[in-house]
Write a protein that binds this ligand. Sequence first.
Ligand SMILES: C[S@@+](CC[C@H](N)C(=O)[O-])C[C@H]1O[C@@H](n2cnc3c(N)ncnc32)[C@H](O)[C@@H]1O
Length: 268
Amino acid sequence: MADLHTLIRDQPEDVLELIAKSMDVRANEPAMRAICARYMGAIPRVNDLRVLEIGCGNGAATAHVLEYVEPRELVGVDPSEAFIRMARERYADRTGIRFEVGDAVDTGEPDASFDLVIAHTVFSHLPDPATALHEAYRVLKPGGRLVVFDGDYATNTVALFAGDPLQTAMEVALRNLAHDPYVMRRLSALAREVGFEVEPLDAHGYVQTTSPDYLLTLLARGVGAGANAGEMGQDLVEGFVSEALARVEAGTFYGAILFLSLGALKPA
Ligand SMILES: C[S@@+](CC[C@H](N)C(=O)[O-])C[C@H]1O[C@@H](n2cnc3c(N)ncnc32)[C@H](O)[C@@H]1O
């Protein structure tokens, strides 16, 4: 099945609105804020930092980059014209920020022009992560840093017991919302091949029980996309969504994602 994000240019306005809403929900959750504070806050400060954010979407995670990395200048690129329009509107009052339509494999930015390239939950949607790493290497200054953050989505779980039927909804969501749930496991080796000096992966646990807003939108969007792809009918979509909501109501919901961050240096 195809990942909606990988095919972002083909999505209708209502699907883009739902994805944008989901980005905002996730970026604003305390758990994701804490994760961003930790991994972005650990990025060494450089004077007059120039940052390129790959796959910036509607600018939801850009707010964290601005807060925790404090760049002098930030350029955000995303293939979706609609998301770029939303990001431009969101930061219309800020100076030192621009958003451009661009792809991870072809950012349109000059060689050796950034101190930091950052991608927050983007690489799992890329059909060609190796070429995206080459592009990041090209636009980084010598001594510049690449930071890639994404889910190790193959480990996602909402199961309360072995064979829990709700886990099937998560599998449907993964099939339809992530191009490569395993990419973070291969990224260190891929980045080394490109010439980066790669740091150890850092792990960030994300567990939601009482107010699992992002996991609920992920499940609902995922099974909806599964239905659109012909995997099931609307009754089952509604069944999965109401089961998840009933668990939240009963206080029994459990959902977990392991996120990983990778730091890699372009040799000086
Ligand atoms: C899950 S969203 C994350 C957006 C944003 N980084 C955030 O966390 O709020 C994935 C983003 O990757 C973008 N994307 C998809 N294919 C891409 C590509 N080939 N190059 C760059 N970005 C891409 C999508 O348009 C979308 O904005």
